[in-house]
Design a protein around this ligand. Structure first.
Ligand SMILES: [Zn+2]
Length: 284
């Protein structure tokens, strides 16, 4: 695709004669990516095992992050764009126009909120033979009618309702009459569609030792977040309790630590590897 070969390319030991570029399956068609070459692909990654293993969620639980990822680069800059498609349907009395419109706006705003938060960070690529590149992180929501990455059930069940939730990263139920405002709720739930975990434990009081999350990175060091061991009063012991002071941990909180973007470095790293490039990729 780029008409450029072998930049920074190394051959793994035992891999046979040096052949520039990635295998023919790579989108570059067998030539390693040049420093400013773009790349893109579909992703479908279980965040529960690949991004954020937790001690309070079974490793067999899948939280798929289905999306399209694309990098566009100049010599020292560029962007990484995450595009996720959503389809919406109305349930339990939700209006097919006004309530769907409310949810659609919430999705668009939520992706914009993640992009605004990501403006504090960059994904840095250090590709062998190239200058370091700091990529701006972009999120794009696309509304579609079929084969969406995330199907959203917009539910107008009167309060009290269950909590809005995302099953397995791909099936969201948005309860319009739930606690909390719809805008923040969508930001949090969209976080789950990226494969991110809740930062609170379930069914308090929880077991000892304190439950924890382990945020993996590509070249970033793993980061462990430890939650508290006891329920937060006045919530009943059997209910969920909100805990870590981030968008994934406390109702209404809008703090986005750097580690919430580590998954993007993991995916950029994997994208580059699919093109035959072994680079240092981290969030800075
Ligand atoms: Zn949640």
């Amino acid at each position: 695709m780029c008409g450029c070969t072998g930049i920074g390319q190394t051959t793994p030991s035992g891999a046979g004669p040096a052949v520039p570029g990635s295998p023919p399956s790579g989108t570059s068609g067998g030539a390693a990516l040049c420093c400013a070459c773009p790349a893109d692909r579909r992703i479908s990654t279980n965040g529960n095992t690949n991004y954020v293993p937790t001690t309070f969620r079974s490793s067999s639980y899948s939280r798929l992050n289905k999306a399209h990822i694309a990098i566009v680069r100049t010599a020292t800059a560029g962007s990484v764009t995450i595009t996720k498609t959503f389809s919406l349907s109305a349930a339990n009395g939700a209006n097919t126009t006004t309530h769907i419109a409310t949810a659609t706006t919430a999705i668009t705003d939520a992706m914009a909120a993640w992009e605004a938060a990501a403006a504090s960070y960059k994904v840095r690529i250090e590709q062998p033979g190239c200058s370091p590149q700091d990529l701006t992180i972009k999120y794009v929501a696309s509304i579609t009618t079929s084969n969406a990455d995330v199907s959203v059930s917009v539910d107008n069940t009167p309060a009290p309702t269950p909590s809005s939730n995302v099953a397995h990263g791909t099936r969201m139920t948005l309860y319009l009459n739930g606690t909390g405002n719809v805008s923040w709720t969508m930001i949090h739930e969209v976080g789950h569609t990226f494969g991110l975990s809740d930062e609170y434990t379930y069914n308090r009081p929880a077991a000892t030792p304190a439950p924890s999350l382990n945020y993996k990175g590509a070249s970033d060091p793993n980061q462990t977040v430890t939650l508290s061991t006891s329920r937060i009063p006045p919530r009943p012991a059997t209910s969920f309790a909100f805990d870590n002071a981030t968008v994934m941990g406390i109702n209404g909180n809008t703090t986005y630590p750097k580690y919430l973007f580590h998954w993007i470095s993991i995916e950029v790293d994997a994208l580059l590897r699919s093109e035959g490039i072994i680079a240092v990729v981290k969030v800075v």
